[in-house]
Design a protein around this ligand. Structure first.
Ligand code: G3H
Length: 252
């Protein structure tokens, strides 16, 4: 099964307006210069920059995503952003259940599932993040934790068109400590096997599973070449045009 890789930049809570627009302009220029790129490329700026970034990259072939959304369409939810608003601002994707949201905001699998259902209803692709902590890995619970999070976070109706999975070992995020190819492939294969049970063999075969956690130009190609790794969710390295593009252009 050949799956077109997705290279997604998660800018997290970084950059002011001028920085975000300069970064978006830089990545869009790279994308325009390579019309035959072998992967899809997505940038996920902070909420306040989504509209500006969507305008900056319009027509370049780059997609834009949010970093979270509420499970409701509208209403009395001070400080939150609905999936419909993201769509309206130019997003096609939204990252959900990132470990930083799970840690900082106590997000549960059930909440991630509700958000993913709402994202689907709004016509967004949900990038559902899962991953074990170092203590869980050291305790031999890696596969069990990832299977449990996957099962708990995927809503009814998830399929390869509306859902992407991101495996992000928490111990690898922002630490410079990347999963080895063996570690990554083991978990990605287990995730795909679990997806067969959850969404059926055909959709599981088509669904993209991204790796995230200290992915850099030096290690990306080796990881993305693994049989069940279909791209990357990139934090730090997505903040520099040259680094991000070095990953994207070597993804095929
Ligand atoms: O969403 C991205 C991941 O958390 C990875 O971040 P990182 O590349 O800075 O380790």
């Amino acid at each position: 099964m050949s799956r077109r890789p997705l290279i997604a930049g998660n800018w997290k809570m970084n950059g002011l307006k001028a920085d975000g627009i300069a970064l978006a302009d830089g990545v869009a220029a790279k994308r325009r210069a390579e019309p035959d790129l072998a992967c899809d490329v997505l940038v996920c700026p902070p909420f306040l920059l989504v509209s500006d970034v969507a305008r900056a990259v319009a027509g370049s072939g780059l997609a834009v995503g949010g970093q979270d959304c509420h499970a409701k369409t509208s209403g009395a939810h001070t400080g939150d952003t609905s999936p419909v608003m993201l769509k309206d601002a130019g997003c096609s994707h939204v990252i959900l259940g990132h470990s930083e949201r799970r840690t900082d905001h106590g997000e549960t699998d059930a909440e991630v599932k509700a958000k993913a259902a709402a994202a689907h209803a709004a016509g967004l692709v949900a990038i559902v993040c899962i991953g074990e902590t170092l203590a869980q890995r050291d305790g031999g619970e890696t596969l069990e934790v990832n299977r449990r999070q996957l099962k708990g976070s995927l809503p009814e109706g998830a399929n390869a068109d509306n859902t992407v999975i991101a495996y992000e070992p928490v111990w690898a995020i922002g630490t410079g400590r990347v999963a080895s190819p063996e570690q990554a492939q083991e978990v990605h294969a287990a995730i795909r096997a679990e997806l067969v049970k959850l969404v059926g063999e055909t959709e599981a075969g088509k669904m993209r599973i991204l790796y995230g956690g200290s992915m850099k130009p030096e290690n990306a190609a080796q990881l993305i070449a693994l049989p069940d790794v279909d791209g990357g969710l990139i934090g730090g390295a997505s903040l520099k045009v040259e680094d991000f593009w070095a990953i994207a252009r070597n993804c095929g």
